[in-house]
Design a protein around this ligand. Sequence first.
Ligand code: NMX
Ligand code: MLT
Length: 435
Amino acid sequence: MSTLKEKLHKKIIEHRPRTTKLLKDYGDKVIAKVTVEQVIGGMRGIKSLITDISYLDPYEGIRYRGYTLQEVLKKLPKAKGAEMPYVEGLYYLLLTGEIPAQNEVEDLIIDFNNRRIVPRYVWDVIDSFPSESHPMAILSAAVMSLERESHFNIKYKQGMNKKDYWNSTYEDATNLLAKMPLIGAYIYNKLYHPERGHRYPDPSLDFGANFAYMMGKDKPYDDVSRMYFIIHADHESGNVSAHTGHLVASSLSDVYYATSAMINGLAGPLHGLANQEVLRWLQGLIDLTHGKLPSKDELKAYVWKTLNSGQVIPGYGHAVLRKTDPRYTVQREFCLKHLPNDNIFKYVDALYNVVPDILKEHGKAKNPWPNVDAQSGVVQWHYGVTQYDFYTVLFAIGRSIGVLSNIIWDRALGYPLERPKSITTNMLEEMVQSK
Ligand code: NMX
Ligand code: MLT
C-alpha cells in the first residue's frame, strides 16, 4: 500500500465511528427548516449534504480541509524554484486532511506517473470527434470510454464487502486523476494544434509541469497550471459539478461515470463555462473599443447594455459567496506580479471598478462581486491559450481532484443512494394554505 493509501485507511477507520454515532444517537434531530422559496429556487442554502473535504463561507470563501487558499498555496510542498505547490500534494491534503511532507509528495508523484498510461482506444474516441465539437463534450466522452478499466466494478461483481468499497474506488480515482492532464492536453493539441500532434508525458515531471510540457508551454505555465488545478479543485459539495459527481456515484456507478457526469454539469454557462463566456464578452468589448482601454463611462455603457438585453454579466455573482471570490484574488495577484501590463488584464481590472456598483444598482444579483471565472481566462490568454472554448476543460481537470476525493470518502463512510423527495405544485399550495 502507498503511504497515502495507508494514511487514508487510518483516517477512514478513525472517522467511521463519528458518522455512526451521529446517525445512531442524533438521527432524528432537526437541524434546518425548508421554505417554499428554497424548494422552487434551486435549494439555495438548504444544509443537506455532508463533506469534510472543503467548506465555503459566504464572506471568507473556500477552505480546503480547514485551510484558506493562501494557506494551501503557502504550506503545500513545491518543486525547486516553483511558486505554486504540487497538485499531487493537494490530493494528499484533501484525502487525509494533512499537509504532506516533501518525500510523501515525491512518492505520490511516482505513483501518479505509474498510472498515466492511457489506452489507445481513448485517443481513438477523441480522434473520432469532429473538430468543431466542444472540448467539454470530447472530455466527457473520453473519460466515459475509460469506464471498462474500473477495478470497483470487477470487485463488485466478485462480491466485495461494503467496508472495502473505498479501496478499489481509490484505485479508480487515482488512475483517472493521473490521466486527466494527458487527456486534456491531447484534446487541446488535436483541436488547436493538429500540426504538432500529441506530446507524451515526461516521467520526470509532476502533474502541473507535465501538463505545461504536453501543452507545449514554457515556464511559468507549469505554475499557472498548478495554480489553476489547485484553486478549482473543490467548492464544497452543493455546486453543480461536485453535486452531480456525488449523486451519480451514490448509485455505485463507478468514478468514470460520475466524473463524466460532473464534467457535463460543469459545461453550462452559469457554472464552469462562465470562464469561456467571460473571454467572449471581453473580446466583444475589446473589439468595440479597438483594443484601447475604454473610459469608465464607456465601460458602464457596455455593462448596462448586456444587462438591459436580459443577459448576465459573466464572472460576477455567486449562489453562496457574498464577497470577491478568493480564487479571483489569487489569480489577480498572479497577474499583478507576472502580467501587470497585459491589455486584457487591464480591461478586467477596469471592469472590477465598475461592475459591482452597477449590479447593486441593477438590484437583482445577491452577490455583485466577481467569482473565479472573471480572472481565469486572462491568465490563459496571456500564455497563448487563446482558444477560450478550452478553458472549462482546465476547470474540469482541477475539479476532478475534489470530486474524486469526495467519492472515495462517500464510499468509505457508506453514504447511501441520494434520493430526495419531490412534491407537486398542488401539494405545495395545499401545504402553504394549511399553515
Ligand atoms: N449578472 C446579471 N444578473 C445576475 C448576475 C449577473 N452576474 N448574477 C445574478 N443575477 C441575477 C440572476 O439571474 C437572478 O435574476 P432573476 O431574478 O431574473 O432570475 C437574480 O440576479 C438573483 O440571482 P442570485 O440569487 O443572485 O444568483 P443565483 O444563486 O441564482 O445564481 C449565478 C448564481 C452564479 C448562476 C449567477 O450569479 C450568474 O448567473 N452569474 C453569471 C454567470 C457566472 O459567472 N457563473 C459562474 C459561477 C462560478 N462558477 O465557476 O461556477
Ligand atoms: C464552483 O466552483 O463550483 C462555483 O463557484 C459554483 C458554486 O460554488 O456554486
